[in-house]
Write a new protein. Structure first.
Length: 269
């Protein structure tokens, strides 16, 4: 299951839990359900707004007027806002660094010997070289903090890149060249991981904005018409095509009921 589908499943789960709790949900419960996403404030607002639009009371959430998600208020040019590294990272880093403290540091001479042995296929040498560079992975991971990934994820991805880097070592026996290769591989991998995370976050936010805008439009039209709007009226009001409406409906975690289609009806909003 890809990230966006998993996000949708969690959104559906959140709505079901809220309905089982007499249409009430705590903000902390939302954070717990989406714990692996480390929700930013803006993402939490979007999810809370979605629940509020489904008549779910979110304790601790202040619903803005008309949800403040109509098209005129959207800002597609707004820069990406990364998730903040939270306090759990500090605990993880403390514990992880304590584990690394038990690894004996190596000298330049040892690294050179390990390099020769690694090129001969010595697995023990590879393992020792990886151990010697785990602290360096932490240092490099620090360069990418506050860009959307937790410290734990950055270090795990960095360690994977470290292992990958020694599978294809440079032909030269120059230890500096080998180190550059290893560190560049780690940085390249972390940069790509951060980019993917930001793209996923942006997609998740876009999905929430579309659904919240649709809910707000349905609510306003029902108030104006005295009945549920049909898909044509909704498309006219939102200034998008009926196909786009269908796409948004398919993204919704619950069933949305529209009014009957009446081609002869024409309204101005």
């Amino acid at each position: 299951m890809n990230d966006i589908n998993k996000f949708q499943e969690l959104l559906k789960k959140t709505l079901e839990i809220a309905k089982n709790q007499k249409n009430r949900m705590e903000v902390q419960t939302i954070k717990d359900i989406f714990a692996e996403w480390e929700l930013s404030d803006s993402q939490l607002d979007e999810i809370s707004g979605y629940l509020a639009a489904n008549q779910i009371e979110v304790a601790g959430y202040v619903q803005p007027e008309e949800l403040k998600i109509l098209e005129k208020n959207s800002d597609p040019g707004k820069p990406y806002e990364p998730k903040k590294i939270n306090s759990k990272d500090s605990v993880y880093l403390k514990d992880y660094l304590e584990e690394l403290a038990g690894i004996t540091e190596g000298s330049r001479e040892e690294e050179i010997r390990l390099l020769h042995r690694m090129k001969q296929g010595d697995s023990a040498a590879k393992q020792r070289y990886i151990e010697l560079n785990l602290r360096r992975v932490v240092e490099i991971a620090e360069e990418y903090k506050n860009r959307g990934m937790t410290a734990e994820d950055l270090i795990q991805e960095g360690n994977m890149a470290l292992i990958q880097s020694i599978q294809e070592l440079p032909a030269a026996d120059d230890i500096e060249q080998v180190q550059r290769h290893v560190y560049e591989t780690i940085r390249d991998h972390l940069a790509e991981s951060v980019k993917e995370q930001q793209e996923n976050d942006t997609m998740e936010n876009a999905v929430m904005k579309k659904m919240n805008r649709l809910y707000a439009s349905l609510k306003k039209l029902e108030s104006q018409l005295g009945r549920k709007a049909n898909i044509t009226e909704l498309a006219d009001y939102m200034k998008i095509t009926e196909d786009e409406i269908q796409d948004i409906l398919e993204l919704s975690a619950d069933t949305i009921t529209l009014g009957e289609h009446k081609p002869q009806d024409h309204h101005s909003y």
